[in-house]
Design a protein around this ligand. Structure first.
Ligand code: UD1
Length: 373
């Protein structure tokens, strides 16, 4: 395999080498879709033959099909319809259903994205079939194995033939774990490609105005099991958010898991606008104009950095340290500290631009694949 090494720039001439290359993209859950979109677009421009397999891990319109529409990408070629289940059952179902597809199609490259169960399940199957696969967003580590995503990251990176990283810390981490240099390619952040691409359409939704949201709302998303599955913790968060609502408008589009947990615990959040999960464009419109974002999502830590919006991440750690060292993110493990932290936030004069967060990462992914054929 020829190493693509260290790709900078927009991909350029090498994109032409993608012609005829057969790619299978495997996605399954909400955060995968904005990562897929720019790679799919770049693959199309390069003349690759492409197929998108959706595992069906997420299935509600607001968590899945709506994202394909918002991102302007075609519906998946195949949906494995695995649905929700325990981690073992969901992972096993994906493995069982994707194996015949991989055998029938034998792509030159399978691509998996991020750190969800669909990512790891497809990685294991491709690896055992001897089908080469690339991991987009390789090398991120929270060093917290109580997060299911951390297990998914470690297993996927261990098996990947090509590890495409969003930031230099990820390169260093993979080298420290003994991954061969020629398998690691820094491509930058594909999420930020989607962000730049979608901003004009997000502004055009007029979503904030339609919802009557003021200019300086605090936007909240929380869905990690560590925050919402423990009844004591979710109660504490509900109390703090209601408190924040005394001084500022608080808007909280709630993940289905969070809504269920709030209902089970009999919690109602005073002075907080609860919304159903909102689409990708609507969320960008909310976030671009927020006073601050309170979240435990990975993607939002990056999006707020790129938009220059202060972000409080309610976790003790992050697999995206660059959002803290170069961006607008602060870790707030203790919910009781949220109010004091909010008083200190300030918006940077210019939005931070970490290296490779330039809207061209998708092209560099395709270049790396073509280079490594
Ligand atoms: C998954 C990912 C997580 C990601 C999150 C984004 C894993 C291990 N976790 O977590 O990394 O940040 O997606 O959303 O892969 N549900 C619905 N409709 C849907 C999907 C789920 O109602 O379309 C409900 C179901 O009750 C389900 C629950 O949400 O049991 C959790 O869904 P699941 O995909 O298991 O995990 P997430 O919490 O969404």
């Amino acid at each position: 395999m020829v190493s693509a090494g260290n790709l900078t720039g927009g991909g350029g001439v090498l994109l032409a080498h993608g012609r005829g290359m057969k790619l299978m993209h495997v996605v399954g859950a909400r955060p995968n879709f904005p990562k897929l979109a720019p790679v799919l677009r770049a693959g199309g421009l390069a003349g690759a033959t492409q197929m998108v397999v959706h595992t069906g891990q997420h299935y509600d319109d607001a968590m899945s099909d709506g994202f394909f529409r918002d991102l302007g990408i075609p519906a998946p070629d195949l949906n494995l319809a695995v649905g929700s289940a325990t981690h073992a059952v969901q992972t096993a179902r994906i493995m069982e259903r994707i194996e015949p597809v991989l055998i029938a199609e034998r792509p030159d490259w399978m691509l998996v994205y991020g750190d969800v169960n669909s990512t790891m399940a497809a990685a294991i199957v491709a690896s055992k079939l001897g089908i080469r696969f690339a991991h987009v967003e390789a090398g991120l580590r929270s060093f917290d194995r109580s997060m299911p995503e951390e297990i998914n990251r470690i297993v996927t990176d261990r098996l990947a033939d090509l590890l495409l990283t969003p930031s230099r810390d990820a390169d260093a981490q993979l080298r420290a774990e003994g991954v061969a240099d020629e398998k690691i390619v820094f491509v930058g952040n594909v999420m930020i490609d989607s962000l730049f691409y979608a901003l004009p359409a997000a502004r055009a939704t007029g979503f904030r105005a339609k919802m009557g949201v003021n200019g300086s709302a605090v936007v909240v998303t929380l869905h990690r099991p560590s925050n919402v599955d423990d009844p004591g913790r979710i109660k504490m968060l509900a109390t703090v958010l209601s408190e924040v609502g005394r001084d500022r408008e608080v808007v909280f589009p709630a993940h289905p898991r969070t809504r269920q947990r709030l209902e089970e615990a009999g919690l109602k959040l005073d002075r907080v606008r609860m919304l159903e999960p909102v689409g990708y464009l609507e969320m960008l419109d909310l976030v671009e104009n927020a006073f601050a974002v309170i979240t435990d999502s990975g993607g939002l830590q990056e999006e707020t950095t790129a938009l220059g919006i202060p972000c409080l991440t309610v976790r003790p750690n992050t697999e995206r340290p660059i959002t803290v060292t170069e961006g607008t993110n602060r870790l707030v493990p203790n919910p009781h500290d949220i109010i004091a932290e909010l008083e200190q936030v300030c918006r940077p004069a210019v939005a931070p631009r970490p290296e490779g967060w330039d809207g061209h990462a998708g092209e560099r992914v395709i270049t790396a694949l073509a280079h490594s054929l």
